[in-house]
Design a protein around this ligand. Structure first.
Ligand code: HEC
Length: 161
């Protein structure tokens, strides 16, 4: 075996070992339970939110297969944790529709690293407007009445529009 071959093999073996060790780092990939179901104003709003935002801004994340393999799993879990901390549709935490509208118009949300692997999350201008209008109705309705303004109370069949 030539010295070059030996070095290549050692580098390959070393990288493989590091990759395998990375898989041992525990990553939290779970959805907190116990939050009330979101009282969507319509199935269309729900579908748009699920396509574009819900994986990071709700407790109903659909964890993708690639989220199982480190180091990708670290980025995914980090985005979900950070996303939920910033705003969570499931609990009503920090839901600011104007902010959502601004982020989407600037093209910063959904995150580019997400739309790269989830191209269906890219919304057209019309879809963005529909989502914003739907979110406004959904969260205005959740807020009216329960006083606490935390937006996760189910308001029954009461229809005010
Ligand atoms: C891949 C995960 C992911 C997706 C999908 C995603 N977000 Fe985010 N979002 C984040 C993270 C992480 C942050 C906090 C860091 C930042 O602002 O970049 C955030 C922050 C935000 C903020 C707060 C911004 C601020 O500076 O206060 C808003 C509003 C927001 N997202 C709206 C949305 C909307 C609306 C969608 C869907 C159209 C969406 N996000 C999709 C991960 C995501």
């Amino acid at each position: 075996m030539s010295p070059r071959t030996k070095i290549s093999l050692a580098l390959f073996g070393g990288s493989l070992l590091v990759f395998l060790l990375m898989q041992l780092v525990p990553v939290e990939r779970s959805n907190p339970t116990g939050s009330a179901r979101i009282a969507w104003d319509s199935p269309a709003t729900e579908a748009l939110a699920r396509r574009a935002c819900m994986d990071c801004h709700s407790n109903e994340t659909v964890w993708p297969g690639h989220a199982r393999v480190a180091p990708v799993s670290w980025f995914v879990a980090n985005h979900v944790n950070e996303g939920r901390r910033e705003m969570n549709f499931s609990t009503g935490h920090e839901v600011e529709i104007d902010e959502c509208s601004r982020e989407m118009q600037r093209g910063t949300m959904p995150m580019a690293s997400y739309t790269w692997l989830h191209p269906e999350a890219k919304l057209s201008a019309t879809e963005q407007q529909a989502l914003i209008a739907g979110l406004r109705r959904t969260f205005a309705r959740a807020r009216s009445g329960d006083g606490a303004g935390d937006g996760h109370e189910r308001r029954g069949d009461h229809d005010d529009d």
